[in-house]
Design a protein around this ligand. Structure first.
Ligand code: GN1
Ligand code: MG
Length: 369
C-alpha cells in the first residue's frame, strides 16, 4: 500500500504529534499492519495501524466491538488488582467517528492502537524459560476473561476452531478442485482422511460443560501474540484479539505448543528439520497450568496434549484447503507456500503422534503432585 494511502487513513485517528515514519510489519498472515511514528516536542509516539482483512473477518464492526469489550474487561481486572494496566492490555485509539473502527471509501476497515514499547514479540523460542512465560501469559489471559459474559461476544469467524466443520470444508475443496491441484496431492489428501477421528475428538466433547466447558478464549495463540518485557523477561500483554470468542482452552494451549515447541518454522520446506521439543512442551505446560490454576477442569488438563494434535491437524488441513482453493485466504510469499506450510504441519503432526504417550504421562504425573 502506498504511503499516501496510509497517511490519509491515519489522519482520521486521534494520534499525538506529526507523522514522521511508516514501517510495514509483515509477521501476520491475514491483516496488513504498519507501525507509525509521530513526534511531538521532540518526543516519539508510536502506534500500530491495521487494515482488517474483511474477506476473513466479514463483520469488522462487531469485531471491534468485541475487542473494545474484551480490552475493557482486562483493563478493569488489572485495576481491581492494583496493577497499572497500561502495558498489560492494548489501548485502542478512537477515530473521528467516535468509534474504534474507521471505514474508508473503498470499504477498507482500519483500527489503531498504542505500540507497546520495550517488549519483544518472539517468532522463535530462545529458551525454555521464555516459553514457560508465554504459557503463563496466555494462561493469565484466559483466567482474566474467565468471568467475561461470553454471550456478549459475536463469533468473528463462525466455526473458526470447529475442526469437524473444517474437515467438511476440506472435502468440498477436494471435490471442487478449483485450482486443478488435486491430482498432484492425492497422498496428502489421504493423510487427512485417515485421521478423520481427530476432526471430531474435541468438538464432540465440547457440549458437555462439566468435562470440556466452552470458555472465552483467544483462538490464535502463536508465540508472537504474547509480548515479553525486555527488562524482566516476563509476559506482559496478549495481542491480536480478533478471534477472541467462545472456544476451548485446549485449542489455545495446543496452538501455542504446536508453534513454539516445533524445532523449525511453521513453513519450513525441509521437513527433516521438524521435531517436537519435549523440554519446551513441559515448560509451556507448567506456565499455562499454573496461570489457569483452579479454572481448568481435570478433564481439560488431561486432554491438553490432545489439543496439540487436533490443532496441528486442523491448521495443516486449513493450509491444504487453501492450496486446493487456489490460495484465496492466507497471504502467500511464493507459489507453493500453502503446500509447504501444510506439509510442514503434517510432518509435525506425525512427530506429535509419536510423542503423545510421553506427553500424557507428563500430565498425569503433574496432576499427582
Ligand atoms: C493466521 O495472521 P495470523 O498470523 O495472526 C490465522 C491463524 C493461523 C495462523 C497460522 C484469522 O494468523 O488461525 O493459526 O495464521 N488467523 C486467522 O500462522 O485465520
Ligand atoms: Mg491472528
Amino acid at each position: 500500500m502506498d504511503q499516501n494511502t496510509i497517511k490519509a487513513v491515519a489522519a482520521h485517528f486521534a494520534f499525538c504529534g506529526t507523522l514522521a515514519n511508516i514501517k510495514e510489519l509483515t509477521a501476520g498472515n491475514i491483516n496488513v499492519t504498519y507501525r507509525l511514528t509521530y513526534t511531538k516536542d521532540g518526543l516519539p509516539h508510536q502506534y500500530i495501524i491495521q487494515r482488517i482483512n474483511t474477506a476473513a473477518f466479514k463483520d469488522p464492526v462487531s469485531l471491534m466491538d468485541n475487542v473494545g469489550k474484551v480490552t475493557g474487561h482486562i483493563r478493569a481486572s488489572y485495576q481491581d488488582d492494583g496493577i497499572n494496566p497500561d502495558r498489560r492490555v492494548l489501548t485502542f485509539v478512537p477515530c473521528d467517528n467516535g468509534t474504534l473502527l474507521y471505514q474508508d471509501a473503498e470499504g477498507g476497515a482500519w483500527r489503531a492502537y498504542h505500540y507497546v514499547d520495550g517488549v519483544t514479540a518472539y517468532d522463535q523460542i530462545e529458551s525454555a524459560d521464555l516459553f514457560r512465560e508465554a504459557g503463563r501469559g496466555f494462561g493469565e489471559f484466559q483466567t482474566r476473561l474467565a468471568d467475561f459474559p461470553a454471550a456478549e461476544l459475536v463469533e468473528t469467524i463462525p466455526g473458526f476452531h470447529n475442526t469437524a466443520w473444517r474437515f467438511g470444508v476440506f472435502l468440498k475443496a477436494v471435490e471442487e478442485d478449483a485450482a486443478g491441484r488435486v491430482a498432484d496431492v492425492e497422498k496428502d489428501i489421504e493423510f487427512f482422511k485417515e485421521r478423520e477421528a481427530l476432526a471430531h475428538a474435541i468438538v464432540s466433547k465440547l457440549n458437555d460443560s462439566d468435562l470440556l466447558p466452552l470458555r472465552v478464549t483467544h483462538n490464535d495463540t502463536k508465540l508472537n501474540n504474547v509480548l515479553i518485557d525486555n527488562e524482566t523477561g516476563k509476559a506482559l500483554c496478549v495481542i491480536d484479539l480478533d478471534t477472541v470468542m467462545p472456544g476451548s482452552s485446549l485449542y489455545d494451549y495446543g496452538d501455542a505448543v504446536r508453534y513454539g515447541a516445533c524445532t523449525a518454522a511453521e513453513d519450513e520446506p525441509d521437513t527433516s528439520k521438524i521435531d517436537f521439543d519435549m523440554t519446551l512442551f513441559k515448560a509451556f505446560t507448567d506456565g499455562f497450568v499454573s496461570a489457569t490454576a483452579g479454572h481448568l477442569t481435570d478433564t481439560e488438563i488431561r486432554l491438553l496434549p490432545l489439543g496439540i494434535k487436533v490443532i496441528t491437524y486442523e491448521l495443516a488441513m486449513r493450509f491444504m484447503t487453501d492450496y486446493l482453493n487456489g490460495d484465496v485466504y492466507f497471504k502467500i510469499k511464493y507459489a507453493e507456500h500453502n503446500l509447504v506450510r501444510a506439509r510442514s504441519q503434517m510432518r509435525l503432526l506425525e512427530v506429535v503422534e509419536e510423542k503423545y504417550g510421553e506427553m500424557c504421562d507428563y500430565i498425569e504425573k503433574m496432576m499427582e503432585r
